[in-house]
Design a binder for this molecule. Structure first.
Ligand code: NAP
Length: 277
């Protein structure tokens, strides 16, 4: 699979698996563990999670799924803004490591911007890195202004990634943020790349998918992945969804496809406030 090389030299595969809403219900746990294991069997190695998901439950589901196969995986987790202080972020990371039953998180993100000064969070992230508890750090839901502010903080330039909402139906980041991140070698992680589902029923997407004899989800993901420096982390529990999403790697969109998709899902014509849903 194609990879993106971070500033640290670590390589991240362009397609991964999201886990929001996993770990919320005991009755669904076996299916969630099976979905993650299927994704790994089919070649995915990037898993995205957060202390928020299922109140730590998603991290526990991941631990169960990867118990005998941690090597070679790239695990992303996130700290709540209210835990992102100089000492709080370190304690939160240690709790995540415990739930994940692993010794390191490959990429640790500030989930969204809160009231803790960025300099404090960066200091904690750098400490976690020096202690070998995380390999890289980044942010999430940062707009262009936040990103610029972060770059001005001591060691803020070490930020490896910004995880933001990006799918056919929400293209606001194309106005400026995407280019800013690409220029600064900050990997963009596209969350909700399937628009959480309803997007996949749009006629224009279906038409392009039919042309490729592909699943609409595969086309939606291939469209996100056409951008350099961008990874996509669709969440799927149903096995047929996991398989359809991985088939995105076989879809190559041409100029005609992109034109049709642009007509149905126009790019931004002006700066827009950051979309989070
Ligand atoms: P998403 O990946 O766009 O959509 C997930 C939904 O689509 C699920 O209901 C899933 O169903 C369904 N689905 C998956 N594959 C499908 C397919 N091939 N055909 C039809 N339906 C399909 O939305 P998301 O979960 O919001 O975003 C992905 C990940 O990004 C999250 O899980 C999380 O890790 C991350 N995220 C981060 C933030 C942030 O603030 N940083 C915010 C939101 C999300 P099943 O599960 O039933 O298969």
């Amino acid at each position: 699979m194609q990879t993106i090389t971070l500033k640290s030299g670590d390589k991240v595969p362009v397609l991964g698996l999201g886990t929001w809403h996993m770990g919320e219900r005991r009755s669904e746990r076996a299916g969630e563990v099976a979905a993650i294991r299927l994704a790994l069997d089919l070649g995915l190695t990037l898993i995205d999670t957060a202390e928020m998901y299922g109140d730590g439950g998603a991290e526990e589901v991941i631990a169960e799924a990867i118990a005998d196969r941690r090597d070679g995986l790239f695990i992303v987790s996130k700290v709540y803004p209210h835990n992102a202080s100089r000492t709080g972020a370190i304690a939160a990371c240690e709790r995540s490591l415990k739930r994940l039953r692993t010794e390191r998180i490959d990429l640790y993100l500030l989930h969204w911007r809160g009231s803790v000064p960025l300099a404090e969070t960066v200091e904690a992230f750098e400490r976690l890195k020096k202690d070998g508890k995380i390999r890289n750090w980044g942010v999430s839901n940062f707009d262009t202004r936040d990103t610029t502010e972060l770059a001005g903080v001591s060691e803020g330039g070490h930020c490896a990634s910004n995880q933001v909402l990006y799918h056919l139906g929400s293209r606001g980041i194309e106005w400026q943020l995407l280019g800013t991140c690409q220029k600064a070698r900050v990997m963009v992680m596209a969350y909700s790349p399937l628009g959480q589902g309803p997007l996949l029923r749009k006629a224009a997407l279906k038409k392009v998918a039919d042309r490729h004899r592909a699943d609409p989800a595969a086309v939606a993901l291939a469209w996100v992945l056409r951008q350099p420096g961008v990874v996509a982390i669709p969440k799927a529990v149903r096995p047929e969804h996991v398989r359809a999403n991985i088939s995105a790697l076989d879809v190559k969109l041409d100029a005609e496809d992109l034109k049709a998709l642009d007509a149905a899902f126009p790019p931004p014509q002006r700066e827009m406030p950051m979309d989070m849903t």
